[in-house]
Design a protein around this ligand. Structure first.
Ligand SMILES: C[S@@+](CC[C@H](N)C(=O)[O-])C[C@H]1O[C@@H](n2cnc3c(N)ncnc32)[C@H](O)[C@@H]1O
Length: 213
């Protein structure tokens, strides 16, 4: 068992180690997410679509196959190596808490099952970064597991690594995004493979509009 008390290097180590097993177990996009991908790409048009925490590339591959202008970012080099087998898109090693893109570069952002691995008090750092890189008018699709706990758990893929699993309440997600300049829409999918998930679509709006509301 490998445990590092500091969440981010620890997440990197964990996902580097379990990348092949994760990739083997997660080959295709969850059925319930497909309409969200369609919506994101319709909104982003030819603009840049970022998958933040792209992991082994299952959703990135889906987005790319639909013709999106995509880039994948992930903390783990091992997961990015798995992504590279799936997609031709640019892949960059980076942290959701310091996204290596310029302000306003992104027309659409897909962030699914990534914020699970941040301690709750660091959620606002990720939201500030999302607000910085997503252009005014751009769309975010955010998916994470529903709950109100944060604890180390043994990974279900190899049983050898610990992951910090933070489950967020819908209110924490919606309030945090709203405070960072997003107009949010919370949804609960009835599709089986998204049971227990929080799914939020959000539009980045400009400061004047926000102030006028
Ligand atoms: C559960 S996997 C999800 C991967 C992919 N989104 C999917 O749904 O298959 C979580 C991913 O988030 C990445 N990750 C964890 N913490 C991160 C951080 N602070 N910044 C960027 N990526 C991170 C991990 O390396 C891992 O690839």
């Amino acid at each position: 068992m490998v445990v590092d008390p500091e969440p981010v290097p620890w997440s990197r180590h964990t996902y580097d180690g379990l990348a092949p097993a994760y990739a083997a177990a997660n080959r295709t996009i969850r059925r319930g997410l497909v309409p969200y991908a369609d919506r994101l790409l319709a909104h982003a048009g030819t603009g840049l679509v970022l998958e933040l925490g792209c992991g082994s590339g299952r959703d990135l591959q889906h987005l790319e196959s639909l013709g999106a202008n995509v880039v994948g970012i992930d903390l783990s080099a091992g997961m990015l190596a798995e992504s590279r087998r799936q997609v031709a898109a640019p892949l960059v090693q980076g942290d959701v808490r310091g996204i290596p893109l310029r302000a306003g570069a992104v027309a659409g952002c897909w962030c699914v099952a990534t914020l699970l691995h941040l301690p709750p008090e660091q959620l606002r750092i990720a939201f500030a970064e999302l607000a910085r890189v997503i252009a005014v008018g751009g769309m975010l699709v955010l998916g994470t597991q529903r709950g109100s706990s944060s604890a180390l758990e043994l990974d279900p893929y190899t049983g050898q690594y610990m992951r910090l699993m933070t489950r967020h309440s819908p209110e924490a997600i919606v309030d945090g995004l709203t405070a960072h300049g997003f107009r949010t829409h919370l949804e609960s999918s009835t599709v089986d493979d998204l049971r227990g998930w929080v799914l939020v679509t959000a539009i980045r709006h400009d400061v004047e509009l926000r102030g006028a509301q």
